[in-house]
Write a protein that binds this ligand. Structure first.
Ligand code: PBG
Length: 327
């Protein structure tokens, strides 16, 4: 006659719903990815990512301070150099844009904010690959590792608290750890992009960093159908000394995130990538989705799946919404 179970009892008003809510998103959980471009005099909008810009050195500082005031957990910096070359030399040059911008932010924000740096060559190479190429045009894993090792040291010396290898080269975490330790940077952490898929959802990012890439990254990034392999990648990174691991993209890979969060004994991050951002913005612009609700639901789902930290282009804005909701 009557249902024996009535889950609706705990949903009947906001106070009960708040009491039994399992998952929260707080400003400190969110990390803001930011782009800074060399030689720019005004911030340059990224057409495929409405609301996101390539910053000048000055506008970067201001936006970083705003994000910190909103309470974000950290900033992840990407550099866009004026010139690209075969070896991506701007990445290891202390005067390269990413390293200069790290010093700017470090001076502006000090140790109160977690400064992270993307550690990859694709923004700096004229062929757009994440590593250097051999004579046959293939990405040379082990020569790339040497460059990553140097890049890590320059980033640490420029003020990065966390370096974040995103190139999916075999052995990258171990080499980076060794070169940091050998140069007096034992305290610099490594956030490893452990499970990074060869994803169509990075489309708008290519515009954001003026990518030169022809072809794809399938010889180093993972096949979207492979879940077990993600656990293996995470195991290797943990064994090599990763302080945190990441799954990327986020929304289409929540199962992978869940699996890795279930076994990793370090904090786990996920990255709501450019295409995830642009899809929401496009649907909102058409009046098809409610912006704030959609964004917070997506971020909540990532937290529910096991993310301690979410990298998202919404970080500063969402942090402000969350602060207002609390006030
Ligand atoms: C590589 C890198 C990429 C992204 C972050 N780091 C691009 C790629 O692997 O093709 C994508 C981020 C996004 O799409 O928002 N340096």
């Amino acid at each position: 006659m009557y249902p024996t179970s009535r889950p609706r009892r705990l949903r009947r008003n906001p106070a009960l719903r708040r009491l039994v809510s399992e998952t929260s998103v707080e400003p400190r959980h969110l990390v803001l990815p930011m782009f800074v471009r060399e030689g720019l005099s005004e911030p340059a909008p990224i057409a495929s990512m409405p609301g996101v810009v390539q910053h000048t050195r000055e506008s970067l500082k201001k936006a970083a301070v705003d994000a910190v005031e909103a309470g974000v957990g950290g900033l992840m910096l990407f550099g866009v150099p004026a010139e690209h070359d075969a070896s991506g030399s701007g990445a290891t040059d202390p005067e390269g844009i990413l390293n200069v911008a790290l010093r700017d932010l470090s001076a502006e924000l000090g140790d109160d904010t977690v400064l992270m740096a993307d550690l990859c060559l694709d923004e700096f190479t004229d062929h757009g690959h994440c590593g250097v190429l051999d004579e046959d045009g293939n990405v040379d894993n082990d020569r790339t590792l040497q460059v990553y090792g140097e890049m890590a040291v320059v980033q640490a010396e420029s003020g990065a608290h966390v370096v974040s290898p995103s190139g999916m080269m075999d052995g990258q975490v171990g080499v980076i750890r060794d070169s940091l330790d050998a140069t007096g940077h034992a305290d610099t952490s490594i956030l490893a992009y452990s499970a990074k898929y060869a994803s169509a959802f990075y489309g708008p990012f290519r515009e954001a960093v003026d990518s030169q890439l022809q072809g794809d990254r399938k010889t180093y990034q993972q096949d979207p159908g492979n879940g077990r392999e993600a656990l293996r990648e995470a195991d290797l990174d943990l064994a090599e000394g990763a302080d945190m691991v990441m799954v990327k993209p986020a929304m289409a890979y929540l199962d992978v995130l869940r699996d890795i969060a279930g076994v990793a004994d370090v904090p786990v991050a996920t990255y709501q990538v450019s295409g995830e951002y642009s899809m929401i913005e496009a649907a909102v612009a058409n009046g098809w989705l409610e912006r704030q609700r959609t964004v917070l639901e997506a971020l909540t789902a990532m937290r529910r799946a096991g993310a301690d930290t979410v990298l998202t282009y919404y970080a500063a804005e969402a942090a402000r919404w969350l602060q207002e909701a609390r006030a």
